[in-house]
Write a protein that binds this ligand. Sequence first.
Ligand SMILES: C[C@](O)(CO)[C@H](O)COP(=O)(O)OP(=O)(O)OC[C@H]1O[C@@H](n2ccc(N)nc2=O)[C@H](O)[C@@H]1O
Ligand SMILES: Nc1ncnc2c1ncn2[C@@H]1O[C@H](COP(=O)(O)OP(=O)(O)OP(=O)(O)O)[C@@H](O)[C@H]1O
Length: 302
Amino acid sequence: MSVTVRVPAKVNVQLAVGGARPDGFHDLANVFLAVGLYDEVTATPADELRITCAGPGADQVPLDRTNLAARAALALAGRHGLDAAVHLHIAKDIPVAGGMAGGSADAAGALVACDALWGLHTSRNELLDICAELGSDVPFSLVGGAALGTGRGEQLRPLDVGGTFHWVFAVADGGLSTPAVYREFDRLTEGTEVPEPLASQELLDALAKGDATALAAALSNDLQPAALSLFPSLAGTLAAGRNAGALAGLVSGSGPTTAFLVRDAESAAEVAESLVASGTCRTARTATSPAPGATVVGRVTG
Ligand SMILES: C[C@](O)(CO)[C@H](O)COP(=O)(O)OP(=O)(O)OC[C@H]1O[C@@H](n2ccc(N)nc2=O)[C@H](O)[C@@H]1O
Ligand SMILES: Nc1ncnc2c1ncn2[C@@H]1O[C@H](COP(=O)(O)OP(=O)(O)OP(=O)(O)O)[C@@H](O)[C@H]1O
């Protein structure tokens, strides 16, 4: 028996960041949108917990118990007094360390796959609690679609999306560490009054209407200056995407992937080609949103 779960990447169409909290995290108004780039996690019974990973960037993914998918399986097994005797295979397509929540996707995928494999029928709320313990982005990887994340991003309110949005993602050469980007945000804002993070009503309306032009005008990421400070060549990538005809571009989450909102599929193909030709990124991917959250896509019995 094995179970395969497909989980989407995310882009933050708004990431409003407040000041550092006593626990080191930052309060956010984090508008998540799931995009149709997916990792797949397959869970198969095994003698002991084992992780394998294939696909672009797989060599940068840890295969020990620090892997977020392994931590998810251990957390679920622990709650039910089980041994996490499972082989988790990750088919990676989400850029690693790219600010698109690839590790979080694998954690949500492993949870759903192990829950089905072990026949646990864990409630949605309990799964969301485990997700929040694993990381701030993990609950959204479970639910997908679009949502406003508050607190450290783990408290979700689903959002309406009234149409399909087209994106191009420029994948950078190298990664950025999320804690390092938040530290750089703290350094850059030191001595200033950081306002309370609030979701933009214009942005929520644009999402609800499926209005790409209005969404393009409202995109914002408070971590962008920090990501640009640590990875200055991203300014060139942003300029190349905008010159190629994108409606708007921004750093995805903590970066270094940059996301470009475009008019339609044809424009996406053109902008992706121009970005690659500009030499300002390693590769470019096109995708649409919204996308569903963690979903069982295969079950093999026997
Ligand atoms: C940048 C985003 O991807 C936007 O969605 C997230 O805020 C990061 O989410 P994540 O990778 O799941 O982050 P976590 O694993 O929860 O935390 C990693 C580290 O990022 C920083 N962190 C994360 C979330 C948050 N609201 N404030 C923070 O300061 C902290 O230094 C934390 O130790
Ligand atoms: N299953 C996993 N897939 C990818 N990276 C993982 C995984 N488990 C642990 N990691 C570690 O986490 C680091 C961040 O990887 P990830 O791809 O999740 O970054 P990210 O997309 O920038 O995350 P986020 O957008 O949630 O901040 C990697 O460098 C890797 O060492």
